[in-house]
Design a binder for this molecule. Structure first.
Ligand code: NAP
Length: 293
């Protein structure tokens, strides 16, 4: 049975509220995870050229037997590919062995070259090239969007964009809710994809006492509280990652949280802020991209 909830993109397409993340899902384990998730009812898979697993994700989709048109597939333009946008699109299509992408995101507004920032390239030109590739490849890319865009970057983008991004994919969990960005996206009809909803590797936010208390109260796992917190936000979809089959199943349960409980969860950040994916984390340094923080 497909998991049923979805949100509507500005293109009119439906994007399932729950998706499977695949960052750090290695070749050898990701194919099985994708196949299993789709067989169990997931209809949304998130990958990226930077995860070096598009080929295996594509194999998992095929192995599931779920028709391609029932699946919402996202991939992302890699930081070193800002200067070869059209070729990067063809590469992703070929790796995934798919006739089309449902969503193609600029992974970071941070062009890179030789492992460091590429200061000769302006991310605005990358968006212009993505728009051109989108228009030139009708049917092969159903929607384009961005990722890791702060309010400031979004506003800058909207000054010149001829295509408003359908989605902004950002980190979002109780220790980093980024409500300002979510609000800004809502104003412009941009859906937000919440990444690292469990706090990323090892799912550390399951240890939080508020999360544990609510898990007991609702009779669900801690991960369900964390995934539900994002899924309960209007205009937000969420992509927990797992390669463990039982956890892929577990993460499907989404509960309606009361307003009071949401307030308690969002207050966690005041005491315990956590930002997993910092710009300098990937090695380009935050010099030159200071407002990404
Ligand atoms: N756009 C971006 O820049 C960006 C950045 C980060 C992430 N993302 C996307 O968002 C996805 C999710 O984020 P994430 O991978 O950083 O972290 P996450 O989904 O918050 O957490 C993944 C970790 O939690 C574990 N886990 C999953 N379900 C669990 C459960 N029910 N109980 C206990 N542990 C559980 C996983 O372990 P096992 O796999 O071993 O089960 C893994 O170690 C990524 O995979 C990627 O697709 C995008």
């Amino acid at each position: 049975m497909p998991a049923s909830k979805s949100v509507k993109l500005s293109t009119g397409a439906e994007m399932p509220t729950l998706g499977l993340g695949t960052w750090r899902s290695k070749p050898g384990e990701v194919e099985r995870a994708v196949e299993h998730a789709l067989k169990r009812g997931y209809r949304h898979i998130d990958t990226a050229t930077g995860y070096a697993n598009e080929k295996e994700v594509g194999l998992g989709i095929k192995a599931s037997g779920v028709p391609r048109e029932e699946i919402f597939l996202t991939t992302k333009l890699n930081n070193p590919d800002h200067t070869r946008v059209a070729a990067a699109l063809q590469y992703s299509l070929a790796q995934l062995d798919t006739p089309y992408l449902d969503l193609w995101l600029m992974h970071w507004p941070a062009p890179m070259k030789d492992g460091g920032p590429d200061r000769s390239r302006d991310w605005r030109d990358t968006w212009r090239d993505m728009e051109a590739a989108f228009k030139a490849n009708e049917g092969k890319v159903k929607a384009i969007g961005v990722s890791n865009f702060s309010v400031q970057y979004l506003r800058e983008l909207l000054k010149f964009a001829t295509v408003v991004p359908a989605v902004n994919q950002i980190e979002a969990h109780p220790s980093c809710m980024q409500e300002d960005i979510v609000e800004e996206c809502r104003k412009h009809g941009i859906v937000v994809t919440a990444y690292s909803p469990l706090g990323s590797d090892g799912a550390p936010l399951r240890e939080d006492p508020v999360v544990q208390k609510l898990a007991a109260q609702y009779g669900v796992a801690e991960s369900n509280i964390l995934v539900s917190l994002q899924a309960n936000r209007p205009g937000v979809v969420v992509i927990p990652k797992s390669v463990t089959l039982s956890r892929i199943d577990e993460n499907m349960k989404i509960v309606d949280l009361s307003e009071e409980d949401v307030k308690e969860l969002t207050a966690i950040e005041k005491e315990k802020h956590l930002r997993v994916c910092k710009p300098y984390w990937t090695g380009w340094g935050n010099i030159g991209f200071p407002d990404l923080e």
